[in-house]
Design a protein around this ligand. Structure first.
Ligand code: GAL
Length: 421
């Protein structure tokens, strides 16, 4: 009886035409489920996202009303603002691009009011600028806003459609998951199953598609998604105010052990330039996200951004820390009283150190080269990544840090080669 229920449940994942014989096996109870990867498909995960993805997504500014024009304008602005040269590559659609109901043959349908020519020409245009194109889908019955069809029951079909449109990046959201169809399966296990199935569907297309899992944070994706997806959300949706940014920082910072080339913790997209935080706070978001090897997905209107916003987003020294090839996420060595010291080992042996003052009053934050993990030496060079100034120390690192602000240093033994420009 249990086994029969399980078979029915599995058929509920994909319609019969989509079921992949031999890829799923049922045991005597739901906890005995396991997934057999297809042997004829190159694993999606291999050799991609070796540094955290960088790009733009319209949701934080435009919410669900992104159109073909919005995407085209953002793509042009990435090029003309210098963001492309700084490393921003992906131009991503978020929720709201498709209709609530599928068309003939179950095809997912772009909203014709927003994308009158469909998605393919939009992707082509993004590609023509030397950029990559991303799209959004939900693992469940609808997108999270309840306005668009979800991909449940259509994973292979949608993956094939996305590949045919030239999609390079899929953000898979987790809404309207039909939990009741899986009464015997723990929720986390179901999330793993669905995440793997869409990964398999993407891999089966043969196209290189970066896989961004927006799975429920209660399912602790950092503990299981690293061999499945290239990034996974660790936090609730960010909002454009300091407390939200702080919440997402503090809920991402301790998962440093799981981040590595090919798989990154995602504390959600950037709010820099959206107007709800001060320049100091936006610099903190950029510093903290780079220190945590987070994806840098800008979320502002790139066509109207100020010179200050642009200068934050294209700070090449900070971006170089985010993109450091060693791929280690920075971790805290002190946080007492909201005075944080974070250290991140870099490929060339230097350390990226953030002194972050979470509190509402300016504070002197101090650490030592030993505490941040540098080997013993006579003198160290200290480069301030926001001020662009270089100083030296024999061991103590200290700064007066404004309320909600960060000081970002790259520190090396003085005898090492000069800092990268
Ligand atoms: C949320 C998701 C956001 C955004 C939004 C769109 O579930 O976490 O990042 O994609 O849906 O409705």
């Amino acid at each position: 009886m249990v086994a029969a229920t399980l078979v029915l449940s599995l058929n509920g994942i994909f319609p019969t035409t989509e079921a992949t014989a031999g890829t799923l096996r049922g045991g005597g109870d739901s906890t005995a489920f396991f997934y057999m990867p297809r042997s004829d498909v190159v694993p999606l995960h291999t050799g991609r996202a070796l540094t955290p993805p960088m790009g733009w997504n319209g949701f934080n500014h435009f919410h669900l009303v992104v159109t073909a024009e919005t995407v085209g304008a953002a793509a042009r602005a990435i090029v003309t603002s210098g963001m492309k040269a700084a490393g921003y590559t992906y131009v991503n659609l978020d929720g709201g691009w498709d209709l609530r109901w599928r068309g003939a043959g179950g095809a997912i349908q772009p909203d014709p009011a927003k994308f009158p020519q469909g998605i393919r020409p939009v992707a082509d245009y993004v590609h023509s600028l030397g950029l990559k194109f991303g799209i959004y889908a939900s693992a469940g019955m609808m997108n999270c806003a309840g306005t668009s069809a979800g991909s449940y029951g259509h994973y292979r079909q949608d993956a094939a459609t996305f590949a045919s449109w030239g999609v390079d990046y899929l953000k898979l959201d987790w809404c309207y998951i039909p939990l009741r169809s899986f009464p015997h399966m723990p929720r986390r296990q179901l999330s793993q199953l669905l995440a793997r199935q869409m990964g398999d569907a993407l891999a089966a297309t043969g196209r290189s598609i970066l896989y961004d899992l927006n799975v429920w944070t209660e399912d602790e994706p950092w503990s299981w998604a690293s061999n499945m997806a290239h990034m996974w959300r660790t936090t609730p949706d960010i909002q454009d105010w300091y407390r939200s940014m702080l919440w997402n920082f503090t809920h991402n910072v301790n998962h440093y052990a799981q981040a590595k080339p090919g798989g990154w913790n995602d504390p959600d997209m950037l709010e820099i330039g959206n107007g709800g935080m001060s320049t100091t706070e936006y610099e903190s978001q950029f510093s903290l996200w780079a220190e945590m090897a987070a994806p840098l997905i800008a979320g502002n209107d790139l066509t109207t951004m100020s010179a200050i916003t642009r200068s934050i987003l294209i700070n090449s020294a900070v971006i170089a820390v985010d993109q450091d090839p060693l791929g280690r996420q920075g971790y805290p060595v002190a946080s007492s009283g909201g005075h944080w010291v974070l250290t991140r080992p870099l490929a060339d042996g230097r350390r990226a150190v953030v002194l972050f003052n979470q509190t509402n009053t300016p504070a002197t934050i101090s650490t030592t080269v030993g505490q941040v993990g540098l080997a013993s030496a006579q003198e160290y060079a200290v480069l301030d990544l926001w001020a662009g100034t270089a100083t030296e120390t024999t061991g103590v690192i200290t700064a007066l840090v404004p309320a909600h602000g960060s000081v970002f240093y790259e520190i090396a033994e003085s005898l090492s080669p000069p800092f990268k420009s």
